[in-house]
Design a protein around this ligand. Structure first.
Ligand code: APR
Length: 169
């Protein structure tokens, strides 16, 4: 059972083996956290992503971290659901992002992984529901990962993740 922490900050500054980006299917980068990670990792990240694209919603793939600072060695690209009101399987797709990212982390031997609040920005997922799905799924997924850090970029997300983590489960 991995240790799960909630922190606030910029995920590109995390000192973990792998950082997860909230990507789109092209894996070529975009705005938000994906843009920040691609800027920090440099242009080789988009080249490596393009070679693995498309990545379907709910799936995850790993690339090297290129120009990101050590100890970060990998970027795990996962594509979250675009919120469409909740009747389109969004919850299961979001849960799959966390599950598949841990499976990919196990495959690359990452002991520590940092996650952003997937789908809660451009993709419009209600952040409170997303926080509960993140914590519930991470707690329920068998993994060799020892340390998980949920990185909130803003105060509201930080509070929601802390609340979700404090809930029994
Ligand atoms: N560190 C940590 N979290 C961040 C950072 C950062 N540097 N920048 C943004 N975030 C947060 C946002 O505040 C939000 O809470 O990441 C969360 C996810 O928001 P988005 O980055 O918009 O991701 P998402 O909602 O999954 O939309 C993905 O946006 O950037 C494009 O290419 C991406 O098409 C894809 C879509």
């Amino acid at each position: 059972m991995p240790e799960i922490e909630v922190v606030q900050g910029d995920i590109t500054q995390e000192n973990v083996d792998a950082i997860v980006t909230a990507a789109n299917e092209s894996l070529m980068g975009g705005g938000g956290v994906d843009g920040a990670i691609h800027r920090a990792a440099g242009p080789r990240l988009a080249q490596a992503g393009a070679a693995l694209a498309p990545c379907l919603p709910g799936d995850a793939v790993a690339t090297p971290a290129f120009d990101l600072h050590p100890p970060v060695r990998h970027v795990i690209h996962t594509v979250g659901p675009i919120w469409a009101g909740g009747g389109d399987g969004e919850a299961e797709t979001l849960a799959s992002c966390y599950r598949r990212s841990l499976a990919v982390a196990d495959g690359i031997g990452a002991n520590s992984v940092a996650f952003p609040a997937i789908s809660t920005g451009v993709y419009g997922y209600p952040p409170e529901q997303a926080a509960t799905i993140a914590v519930t799924t991470l707690r329920a997924t068998p993994t060799a990962v020892e340390r998980i850090r949920l990185v909130a970029f803003d105060d509201a997300t930080y509070t929601l993740l802390r609340t979700a983590l404090a809930a029994p489960g």
